[in-house]
Design a protein around this ligand. Structure first.
Ligand code: FAD
Length: 195
């Protein structure tokens, strides 16, 4: 969108009434140009993400900031919010990114994790081939061990937090827990920085 009053920071809005299971965002790009969007968990709502986005833009407490907005482009898609795949290699194959569910299960962010996993996989394969070894599933198992140590541990931890939050049937409690984990996640001192 352009014509949006932005702040020089990432703005994230949680709450089941706006984004069931997820959050809405305003990411400032340049001047009054911003990416405005939201993510929802499909099983937590009967409506689609587009409906929730319109609802947010028209009714949220910051709706005045969208009064002069112009939609320039619309994008949408799905991200796997499950746990990482338990087995990410096979003969001649290493999965990275969404294909391996390398997506932060709380934020839905998967760009950094896909890129970082690709780098780990590339280095591992380079060393394997240079050593004259073949990329069988057994030989590629070492990639997954490195991945688990560098990234998997935190992703599994986030996944467990997410399950605990959504096991809760009380929406107020769930809203508070989701707000808590997201605000901790995006804090500059976050233990999850760069996950
Ligand atoms: C609306 C939306 C907003 C998002 N916002 C963020 C964000 O702000 N920050 C963040 O970190 N993450 C975000 N994500 C998640 C992030 O985009 C993905 O996790 C990330 O792009 C995954 O990278 P990938 O390379 O694994 O997969 P992709 O980016 O999906 O790349 C896969 C590529 O493979 C191609 N392909 C598929 N099938 C074939 C085939 N048979 N042959 C050849 N090519 C094929 C596809 O066309 C695509 O180009 C967002 C996702 C969505 C849907």
């Amino acid at each position: 969108m352009d014509g949006v009053a932005t702040e020089p920071l990432l703005e994230i809005v949680t709450g089941h009434q706006w984004a069931p299971g997820g959050y809405a965002w305003i990411f400032p790009k340049d001047g009054d140009y911003a990416e405005v969007g939201l993510g929802v968990i499909r099983t937590q709502t009967d409506r689609d993400a587009r409906w929730h986005l319109n609802h947010f833009i028209e009714n949220a407490f910051l709706k005045d900031r969208f009064a002069d907005m112009r939609i320039l482009e619309i994008q949408g898609g799905g991200v796997p919010l499950a746990s990482p795949l338990k087995k990410q290699v096979a003969d001649n194959l290493i999965l990275v990114g969404d294909a391996a569910r390398h997506v932060n299960p709380v934020t839905g962010g998967g760009i950094h994790t896909a890129l970082r996993s690709g780098v780990i996989a590339g280095h591992f394969l380079g060393d394997l081939l240079k050593a004259g070894r073949t990329p069988t599933a057994a030989n590629l198992g070492g990639y997954q061990e490195i991945w688990e140590a560098e990234m998997g541990k935190s992703m599994w931890q986030l996944y467990r937090h997410k399950r605990e939050i959504f096991r809760n049937r009380d929406l107020d409690v769930r809203n508070k827990l989701l707000y808590g984990i997201l605000s901790r996640y995006f804090s500059p001192e976050s233990e999850y920085r760069k996950v």
